[in-house]
Design a protein around this ligand. Structure first.
Ligand SMILES: Nc1ncnc2c1ncn2[C@@H]1O[C@H](COP(=O)(O)OP(=O)(O)OP(=O)(O)O)[C@@H](O)[C@H]1O
Ligand SMILES: [Mg+2]
Length: 234
C-alpha cells in the first residue's frame, strides 16, 4: 500500500466519553439536552446514532467535534482532551483529528472538486506532495476522477456528498462525525454513499459516528446507539 492510500489503525486510541452533560437555556429555563452520557468507541469502530428529533444527536456531534463546549464531563479522542486545550490548539486538533460530513455538503462553490477535498490542508499553508497524492487517491476512491476539475454546482447531490466524504478523510482523522450525511439523497444514493463512507472509514482505520433517521442505513454499522432522555439506551 502506498502512503497516500489506506492506513492502519494500529497505535490509534479510541473515543472515551464520560458523564457528559449539556444544557441550553430557553428563556430563563435551563433545558437539559445530554445528561451523564457515556460512550466508548474503539479505534477503527463505527456506529450509527439514532433517536427522536430534538433528542440531542447534533448537539452531541458538536460537542465531540469541539464546536460546542460541554457543561461537564470528559471527552477523550485518540488520547487527547481537546476541550481542555487553549482555543488555537483545539482548532488545530479539530482540523487534524476530526473529519465532518454534514447533511448539506458545505463545499465551497468557487473551488473545484479537487480543491474542496484539499481544503482541510490549506489551513497549514503549503500543501505537502503526500497530501496532494492523498487527495488524488481519494478522488479516485469516491469515483470522481472525471470530475476533479468541476465545480460543486455542476455535481449531483450524491456526487457532492462523495466529495464531502473524501474531504473529511483527507488528513487521516481519528474520528469522523457525520450528521445525517444522506438526509438529502434518494434511497439508492443514500445507500451508495453510506456504504462508500463505511468502506473508506474501515480502510483508513478512523472511527465513524453517523447520525441517521433511516433504520435501513443504521443496520449497516457495527453498532446502533439510541439516544433518549439525554443518554444512550443500554
Ligand atoms: N444553540 C442552542 N440554543 C438553545 N437550544 C438549542 C440550541 N441548539 C439546540 N438546541 C435545542 O436542543 C435540543 C436538541 O437539539 P439537536 O439539534 O441536538 O437535536 P437532534 O437530535 O439533532 O434533532 P434532529 O433529529 O431534528 O436533527 C432541541 O430541543 C433544540 O431546540
Ligand atoms: Mg440534528
Amino acid at each position: 500500500m502506498s502512503g497516500s492510500g489506506p492506513s492502519s489503525s494500529s497505535g490509534r486510541l479510541g473515543l472515551r466519553v464520560e458523564k457528559l452533560c449539556k444544557e441550553y437555556r430557553s428563556g430563563d429555563q435551563p433545558v437539559t439536552i445530554l445528561r451523564d452520557l457515556y460512550l466508548n468507541l474503539s479505534a477503527g469502530e463505527n456506529a450509527a446514532i439514532v433517536g427522536p428529533s430534538g433528542c440531542g444527536k447534533s448537539t452531541l456531534l458538536y460537542l465531540l467535534g469541539t464546536l460546542e463546549h460541554p457543561d461537564s464531563g470528559t471527552i477523550e479522542i485518540d488520547g487527547q482532551q481537546p476541550h481542555l486545550m487553549p482555543a488555537s490548539e483545539a482548532a488545530k486538533f479539530r482540523n487534524q483529528s476530526i473529519g465532518f460530513v454534514f447533511q448539506e455538503h458545505h463545499l465551497l462553490p468557487q473551488l473545484t472538486v479537487r480543491e474542496n477535498i484539499l481544503l482541510p490542508a490549506l489551513a497549514w499553508g503549503a500543501i505537502a506532495a503526500s497530501t496532494e497524492q492523498r487527495a488524488d487517491f481519494l478522488i479516485q476512491r469516491v469515483g470522481l476522477d472525471h470530475r476533479r476539475g468541476h465545480f460543486p454546482g455542476k455535481l449531483s447531490g450524491g456526487e457532492r456528498q462523495r466529495v464531502a466524504v473524501a474531504r473529511a478523510l483527507l488528513l487521516h482523522p481519528a474520528l469522523i462525525l457525520a450528521d445525517e450525511p444522506t438526509g438529502s439523497l434518494d434511497e439508492a444514493n443514500a445507500e451508495a454513499v453510506t456504504d462508500l463512507m463505511l468502506e473508506m472509514q474501515q480502510e483508513a482505520g478512523s472511527m465513524l459516528l453517523c447520525v441517521t433517521h433511516n433504520p435501513m442505513l443504521a443496520c449497516r454499522f457495527q453498532r446502533t446507539l439510541t439516544l433518549r432522555h439525554g443518554r444512550f439506551e443500554p
